[in-house]
Write a protein that binds this ligand. Structure first.
Ligand SMILES: [Zn+2]
Ligand SMILES: [Zn+2]
Length: 416
């Protein structure tokens, strides 16, 4: 029986698994406990059907309004693209924010869906000999995935909708239902596709397995364990034979980049929380809101579950990310071996939840787009939201550049 080699992406531990890849089985790393590989027990055709459904739902979510607002006989509507268009009218940094929102809620999701459909359809119907050609497409899809934020956008829409419903008549429209269904289908797709299964269909990892005793290296992108290329080999040989990513023992420049991004995020955290993020004009009365002010407003309206959610996503999560990353860097510097498992788990958690901090960015964009009734009722974005979006983006980049295996490397000699 041929065995499959698996290297843990969190601590670098190598595993030899004989029957590793049985459908439905989950393997955990013996050293840090992280999940290694999982083959969902559902055929890939199901994932392909879900991906195709997503494209149709995305079309509906773009053509029809997400919700309709009406005030004193005048009506406004919110399309997926309304927010970015409205923000671009303000110019300057707000136009940049508009582009960010358009990227996260429109460009990246549609690109991701097209890539997933092409790869799955290609593996389903394409010539087996040509499967390797899908490697760059699948690599791009995995890279884009965390930046496609329709799920976060949906929650932002819900918060915006709930706040609007307090002052104007608001109705969910076809686009809103399509967006809700889309997020559900996407969650099912991510659960059923099995990214490692797709990689193994693109190219069987056993073809590239190092001989026993030969030094090995794990590809960070496709998790392939391959023989270490000799330093005098040509440039192309220094790349992963499956996905062509650079083969490096650890992410290069990880610590310096994480430190720089974390520092920048910490500096911007203050203006992001102290400056107002939006102005709300309601029947001639003008109120400005900070991030915390928005949470207070939700509390005053009696919407405490929503207030708690926004408080966690907007205030607790970015701060927890900055503190955790600073702690990881400090522990690596001290070459400490304490709490390695806990630190690894915390790293995966902050890396996973970080994107949800964008709820407020989307909410301000949606409110600005849909509430434009002149002096009567209108929302304008304020500079705080630009700093806030920058903090979220910087902390996401910081946790992406951080290589958790460095914590294990540094703590190796430490008995504690
Ligand atoms: Zn591990
Ligand atoms: Zn690779």
């Amino acid at each position: 029986m041929s065995e499959t080699l698996l290297a843990c992406r969190d601590c670098g531990q190598l595993h030899r698994a004989a029957d590793a890849l049985l459908p439905g089985h989950r393997l955990a790393c013996v050293r840090c406990g992280s999940s290694l590989s999982r083959y969902p027990p559902i055929p890939l055709d199901a994932a392909l059907a879900l991906a195709a459904t997503m494209l149709i739902l995305f079309l509906l979510a773009n053509v029809y309004p997400i919700f309709v607002v009406s005030l004193e006989g005048r009506a406004g509507q919110d399309l997926l693209i309304s927010g970015p268009l409205r923000l671009s009218e303000y110019g300057g940094p707000f136009a940049g924010l508009g582009m960010l929102v358009a990227g996260l809620s429109f460009v990246v999701p549609i690109a991701w869906m097209c890539l997933v459909v092409s790869v799955l359809a290609g593996l389903r119907w394409g010539d087996r000999a040509l499967h390797a050609r899908f490697a760059p497409l699948w690599k791009t899809a995995l890279l884009l995935y965390p930046w496609g934020m329709l799920d976060v956008y949906l929650l932002g829409t819900y918060v915006a909708y709930t706040r609007l419903a307090q002052s104007v008549e608001t109705t969910v429209a076809t686009g809103g239902y399509a967006l809700g269904a889309l997020v559900l289908v996407q969650a099912l797709l991510v659960l059923t596709v099995g990214q490692q299964r797709v990689w193994d269909l693109i190219a069987d990892p056993r073809r590239f397995a190092p001989r026993p005793g030969e030094p090995w290296i794990a590809c960070e992108v496709c998790q392939l364990v391959a023989a270490v290329p000799a330093p005098d080999m040509p440039h192309a040989a220094q790349r992963c034979p499956r996905c062509a990513s650079r083969l490096e023992p650890r992410r290069r420049g990880s610590l310096a980049a994480t430190l720089a991004l974390t520092t920048a995020g910490t500096i911007l955290y203050l203006p992001a929380n102290l400056l107002p993020v939006m102005t709300l004009v309601r029947f001639g009365r003008v109120g400005t809101y900070t991030i915390l002010g928005g949470v207070e407003e939700l509390l005053l309206l009696g919407l405490w579950p929503l207030a708690l959610l926004v408080f966690f996503a907007s205030i607790v999560v970015p701060m927890a990310k900055l503190i955790s990353l600073a702690w990881f860097l400090h522990m690596i510097r001290r070459r400490s071996g304490r709490w390695l498992r806990q630190r690894t788990r915390l790293y995966r958690l902050i890396d996973f939840v970080g994107r949800w901090s964008n709820i407020d960015v989307f909410m301000v964009s949606i409110l600005a787009a849909s509430l434009q009734f002149g002096l009567l009722t209108a929302v304008d974005p304020e500079p705080g939201i630009v700093s806030f979006a920058a903090v979220v983006a910087l902390t996401m980049l910081a946790s992406t550049t951080f290589d958790p295996r460095l914590m294990w490397d540094a703590g190796e000699g430490d008995a504690a």
